[in-house]
Design a protein around this ligand. Structure first.
Ligand code: 6GU
Length: 269
């Protein structure tokens, strides 16, 4: 999978070089490139925002740099063409990972994409007024060949950007939850992590995905509480059933805990 992140704060994405996502990049399971939106400005001030039509507080991100960014990232061909086919990264792109500068060389995504099906690509705009992000969306995106995140700042991106993008690529405005962040970067980081861990080969033990919260096979239940050694710690004991070695009873206890926890923390679910 190829992931492009367009932002005015490329440094926000340095953590993608760490941990599981960093390892997935190093292993060639995912190819991540971070791009500074200002590359696609043409004025001397490299401005990306302007005052809102209709008045009001704050600034709005201008459409032109986003349009130019998408043009370049998708290549010049439009809608039906190979949105998932990769154009070489620009020399200014700032890839994440242990591989150093992105020289535009063939990536794992180039060779991994089967030619028998149409590549799937998504243009994702993190926004507090987007549709709620969910494990179901993460699972869908994990099957894609390409994700392009447009991280806005200020009061948001000119509304014509998603309209125009939608003519060329599946486009979604997606929210992390009902609270406001200063920009889309932190939300994009969260979404990338949620997606990348679902790519086959990324998790050491794929069984980890089966009984976790929001797993499809777990009936929408939150995950049961987990414990490790020592069996007694600061006066708190691990539930004895977990020490019993009785697998059926343990499974039954865990299920009951998951149900109780879900009822407590998600009363409306
Ligand atoms: Cl996706 N973006 C911003 N700017 N704020 C948010 C959000 C996204 N999700 C919740 N708050």
């Amino acid at each position: 999978m190829r992931i492009d992140l367009v932002t005015v704060f490329p440094d926000y994405f340095a953590p993608l070089g760490l941990s599981l996502v960093g390892k997935a990049i190093a292993a060639g399971l995912v190819d991540v490139a971070v791009h500074d939106l200002r590359r696609w400005t043409s004025d001397v001030h490299r401005s990306v925002d302007d005052t809102p039509f209709g008045g009001g507080a704050g600034m709005v991100m201008k459409p032109e740099p986003w349009g130019a960014a998408l043009d370049e990232l998708l290549g010049q061909e439009a809608a039906t063409a190979s949105a998932g086919a990769l154009c070489p990264s620009s020399p200014h792109s700032d890839p994440i990972g242990q591989t150093g500068l992105d020289d535009g060389a063939a990536s794992a995504a180039d060779v991994a994409a089967p030619t028998s099906r149409r590549p799937r690509a998504f243009f994702i705009i993190p926004s507090p007024s987007g549709v709620p992000f969910s494990q179901a969306l993460a699972r869908d995106w994990a099957l894609a060949d390409r994700l392009i995140f447009a991280c806005g700042r200020y009061e948001g991106i000119d509304a014509r950007v998603p309209l125009h993008a939608a003519q060329r690529i599946e486009t979604a405005e997606v929210s992390l939850g009902d609270y406001v962040l200063n920009g889309g970067e932190v939300a994009a980081l969260a979404m990338v992590e949620a997606v990348v861990r679902l790519i086959p080969g990324v998790l050491g033990n794929p069984q980890s995905l089966v009984e976790e919260s929001h797993a499809p096979s777990w009936d929408g239940l939150l995950e049961y509480p987990v414990y490790t050694k020592p069996a007694s710690w600061r006066g708190l004991d691990v539930p004895t059933v977990l020490l019993s070695g009785h697998h059926a009873k343990i499974a039954q206890w865990r299920r009951a805990q998951a149900v109780a926890l879900t009822r407590l923390r998600r009363p409306s679910a």
